[in-house]
Design a protein around this ligand. Structure first.
Ligand code: ADP
Length: 390
């Protein structure tokens, strides 16, 4: 700790500022008295004294009110340091100027009262500004830290809840199935129907819990980012959805896709969810287009379909966990797919959004960071690269 800092700590920041004000006030009074006593016209002597008293009084008041200002107490020392610095810098400068340039201090009361008093005030004002900036920064840092911790706690809660629910749910569903098999002869049509509902409910709940578990692990269990070829990711997702694509006789067209910086497994999950939705929410003859477009430091990956579309009023809600716009009878699903996509996009520093018109189809777009060794253009040029009707 420097001498200045030790001095400030010993005296106390506010007291030091008040003390500087008092010193200049006393100096102003003494100067006025001495001048009048030595024959200077009282008006002129008093004018200068009042002039010095103005910054002195502001410092007195400012030091006294410092605690009520929107400045964190840790930064009161910043204000005191700037104020003291203001005085010392001016006194030092004037001393050097008078000795070196003038050859001696000809008018010490003027040199060491008027200018240092205003310089202390300037230091005080700058100190206040600096302390306010530091206070705001501290507040932002604290809020960010609180948000991070609350987010972490939520993630831990979601993980624990979904993880611990898996086991009892598995038991419920296995025993229900066992009952269905073993007691089949004794069951009436009605009880068989009830059991089927119970098994279906347990299965659905398991799917939701599994989804929640994956959701809660996106940040904690994500892999470090590496260069990922989106073309391979899409190809694998199309392969994985082979049966569904065949079932609905869909056409998937894939344009030129770039390399991005990311977690390959998570990007695969994201693309697969978007493709699966595009197929499931298109009633007839699904035609899906996967394209990418560069926008500054990001690639915008888009999955476009000719499906049922989404009402503009619901276009934000669908990214919420378990939010669905249809009953299970209309379209099956758990409502976690897009929430997962959003978490994955956010982990990649990107966003996901949808442009859609009911009855005309939807385009889901995701922004992803360009690969580190920034490719200026997509890997391959030309028309659509894969066009498959399976
Ligand atoms: P799920 O598909 O399991 O219901 P998602 O989170 O993937 O869950 O989707 C949430 C809702 O968003 C869906 O229930 C559906 O109403 C709507 N949706 C998602 N993708 C599309 C799409 N391509 N076209 C129309 N609606 C969609």
């Amino acid at each position: 700790m420097g001498t200045g800092a030790r001095l400030i700590e010993t005296i106390g920041e506010r007291r030091l500022i008040v003390a500087i004000g008092v010193v200049f006030l006393v100096a102003a009074a003494i100067r006025g008295y001495v001048r009048i006593a030595s024959g200077t016209a009282p008006t002129s002597a008093l004018f200068v004294s009042v002039f010095i008293s103005i910054p002195a009084l502001i410092l007195l008041y400012g030091g006294y009110r410092l605690r009520e200002m929107d400045i964190h107490p840790d930064f009161h020392s910043t204000v005191a340091t700037w104020t003291t610095g203001g005085v010392l810098a001016m006194v030092g400068f004037l001393a050097v100027y008078n000795v070196v340039v003038e050859g001696g201090i000809s008018n010490p009361d003027r040199a060491f009262t008027i200018l240092p008093a205003f310089s202390a005030l300037a230091g005080f004002a700058l100190g206040l500004r600096d302390a306010q900036i530091k206070t705001s920064k501290r507040e932002i840092d604290t809020t960010v830290e609180q948000l991070r911790m609350s987010n972490e706690r939520l993630e831990q809660f979601a993980y624990a809840a979904s993880h611990d629910l898996q086991e009892p749910l598995r038991m419920v569903s296995s025993y229900l199935q066992l009952l269905e098999r073993r007691a089949d002869d004794e069951l009436t049509d009605e009880t068989r129907e009830f059991l089927a509902y119970a098994v279906d409910g347990a299965d659905r709940m398991r799917a939701m819990v599994d989804g929640l578990l994956v959701y809660s692990r996106i940040d904690t269990e994500g892999k470090p980012f590496e260069t990922v070829a989106l073309e391979d990711v899409v190809e694998r997702a199309v392969d994985d959805l082979g049966v569904l694509i065949e079932e609905c006789d869909a056409e998937i067209t894939v344009g030129d896709l770039p390399q991005v910086e990311g977690d390959e497994m998570q990007l695969h999950r994201l693309v697969q969810n978007l493709l699966q939705n595009a197929l499931e929410y298109t009633d007839d003859d699904p035609r899906v287009r996967v394209t990418a477009e560069r926008n500054g430091d990001t690639w915008i990956l888009s999955v476009q379909d000719n499906g049922i579309g989404i009402d503009p009023a619901n276009q934000d809600d669908i990214f919420e966990v378990f939010k669905r716009l249809h009953t299970r009878e209309e379209y099956p699903g758990t409502g976690i797919g897009l929430a997962l996509c959003q978490r994955i996009a956010e982990r990649h520093g990107g966003e996901i959004w949808v442009d859609s018109e009911p009855g005309k189809g939807s385009t889901f777009s995701v922004s992803l960071p360009v690969e580190r060794a920034s490719q200026p253009s997509p890997k391959r040029r030309g028309g659509p690269s894969v066009s498959s009707r399976r």
